[in-house]
Design a protein around this ligand. Structure first.
Ligand code: MN
Length: 566
């Protein structure tokens, strides 16, 4: 393994010091592979460095197994490396100690893990850690292999994907695949391999043909390369296509990387002029990025020898974002912090980054939170608003931020809430108004026949708990009643790439669903990136709301839709 990079850091730097510290801490310990233990933190630190994370992250990566595997303490790390690095290591340890409950619910676990990532670096280092562990999984027992591979494919690969790290996500899946679906993996590799060489030769021909076409059109690509389809995603695709390899067009996808967005469309034009595109297979993820931020043009064409291939076209910047996702953004942000000048370019990136988060989080909620939670929590900063705590059996409970043991108790069952008398957080007795944090393990004690206290209304956060307490106390207080009275209106905010007819299509959707618009306004957002449409209407039923949201999202040009009750 190349360790030379460490020595490009000054001896007194945190990176060098963390390396030396970890090397000593793990001295004489070996991994299952027989390698000295330090090989592992070294690999993780190197990966994190390649992703462009900062020195604190690289140092924390070196130290990530120290608290768990050696006698060193958090306090000690804090003293030597400072609170920032110590906290990242602590977050890593927390993640590692988390064990799945009896009924692991992958969706909730993903949420829990992301909520630990108040400092995103914790998640990124965790992903690097998992990646390296997957590379050396063959040294573990078959039982462990299955367990770790399951976690990776169900939990960590989707997290990587959601953070926009497509490449890592695909690699994690491919590393897990053979451990989980042994037979299928064998069948697939054998059947795909047969034609592999043929395809490589063909891809080379396509590449040189493309080079020639582009040269004639005076477009100079940065690179044209080809990649074989990843095994696991191929497997999933085959399952949808009767396991017929003949139906898969992108076994070899050719990728053209150019300098500008204009050139992307230019290349597309040139390709479509020479090779006829298959209907409905062109996808413009530049105009409408995928929910995880992925941007590129995809087209499927009938190329040389009338063979069907997929071609992806993107800029270098998009390519980097697609490979490194949120890590790439993080690196940009760091660059800005390091330089004293605030450049215009950076502001662009910052805005884009915020936007991606919004998209990611909204998609996240659409997919994973049940309808009621979804309605309650359609807010921009998901992690600021929700926490994820655990029952003693490690089931994950999703609560609003600032929740207390009483909120937790009501979430389990209204009787448990009503009869709750005391609570323990992480094994320690706490007052009932104590604020809970993500990852806390909560136990509540109850007493039969006990009634909730009015005092609880002072501190409980979840509307469900409030409702139960109030109905149990039968409070007639007018003030309290107005507080719980239902909202009267909904306000929608729709960000869109404005085009003629857009506004009319929006109003048509409302009309089709028999919803009266009470207020309508269109404006440009302050960042000048989108047009914003504000629509207000009387509150509507959940089902109708879902329908409305779906239909608006489908309108060409819609970027984001959010709403709140007023
Ligand atoms: Mn590790």
């Amino acid at each position: 393994m190349d360790t030379g990079w460490i020595f490009s850091y000054p001896e007194e730097s945190v990176v060098r010091r963390a390396f030396v510290f970890a090397e000593n801490a793990h001295k004489d310990v070996k991994r299952e592979s027989g390698d000295p233990y330090i090989i592992h933190p070294l690999a993780v630190a190197n990966l994190v460095r390649e992703w462009g994370l900062d020195d604190a992250s690289i140092a924390a990566a070196f130290l990530h197994d120290v608290l768990e595997d050696t006698s060193h303490t958090q306090k000690e790390l804090e003293k030597i490396f400072g609170i920032e690095i110590a906290q990242i290591v602590d977050g890593m340890t927390k993640l590692r100690n988390f064990k799945f409950g009896e009924n692991p619910d992958a969706e909730n676990i993903r949420k829990l893990i992301l909520s630990f990532g108040k400092d995103l670096r914790v998640i990124l280092i965790k992903l690097a850690d998992r990646y390296h562990n997957m590379m050396t999984l063959k040294y573990k027992s078959p039982e462990k292999q299955k367990e770790i591979a399951w976690e990776t494919i169900e939990i960590y690969a989707p997290i990587a994907y959601r953070l926009g790290m497509q490449k890592l996500s695909g690699e994690l899946e491919d590393l897990s695949f053979p451990f989980l679906y042994e037979e299928e993996y064998k069948w697939l590799t054998e059947n795909v391999k047969e034609q592999h060489e043929e395809r490589v030769i063909y891809a080379e021909k396509v590449k040189s043909a493309l080079h020639k076409m582009l040269e004639e059109a005076h477009i100079e690509p940065i690179t044209i390369d080809s990649r074989a389809k990843r095994y696991y995603s191929l497997y999933r695709k085959l399952m949808r296509n009767d396991m017929d390899l003949g139906k898969i067009y992108d076994l070899v996808a050719v990728r053209v990387i150019v300098n500008t967005i204009e050139e992307c469309y230019g290349v597309l034009g040139v390709i479509h002029k020479h090779w006829s595109p298959l209907p409905r297979r062109f996808k413009d993820y530049i105009a409408v990025p995928k929910s995880n931020g992925y941007r590129s043009l995809h087209t499927v064409v009938s190329a040389l020898e009338n063979k069907i291939i997929e071609i992806q076209i993107k800029t270098k910047e998009m390519h980097q974002e697609n490979e490194f996702g949120i890590a790439a953004h993080w690196a940009y942000e760091q660059t800005k912090k390091d330089s004293t000048q605030k450049t215009k370019e950076w502001h662009g990136v910052q805005n884009k980054k915020e936007l991606l988060w919004v998209q990611q989080l909204q998609n996240w909620q659409n997919k994973f939170v049940n309808q009621q939670d979804f309605l309650e929590s359609l807010k921009i900063d998901f992690f600021k608003e929700r926490i994820f705590v655990l029952t003693p059996k490690n089931d994950v409970i999703d609560l609003p931020a600032g929740s207390t043991p009483v909120d937790f108790a009501y979430h389990i069952h209204s009787d448990i809430g009503n009869q709750c008398t005391g609570a323990k957080v992480n094994g320690k007795i706490v007052p009932l108004d104590c604020e809970l944090h993500s990852g806390d393990v909560i136990e509540v004690s109850t007493q039969k026949g006990k009634k909730p206290s009015e005092d609880w209304l002072r501190f409980i956060k979840s509307s469900m708990a409030k409702k139960y307490v109030k109905s149990s106390l039968r409070i007639k207080d007018k003030r309290l009643q107005t507080k719980i009275s239902a909202p009267k209106e909904i306000q929608f905010k729709i960000a869109n790439l404005d085009r003629p007819g857009y506004l009319r299509e929006i109003t048509n959707v409302f009309g089709d669903l028999d919803i009266n618009i009470l207020y309508l306004n269109s404006q440009t957002d302050p960042r000048n990136m989108f047009s914003i449409v504000i629509v207000r209407c009387a509150t509507i039923q959940k089902q109708k709301l879902t329908k409305l949201l779906m239909r608006i999202k489908k309108i060409q040009g819609t970027k984001e839709i959010s709403y709140y009750y007023i």
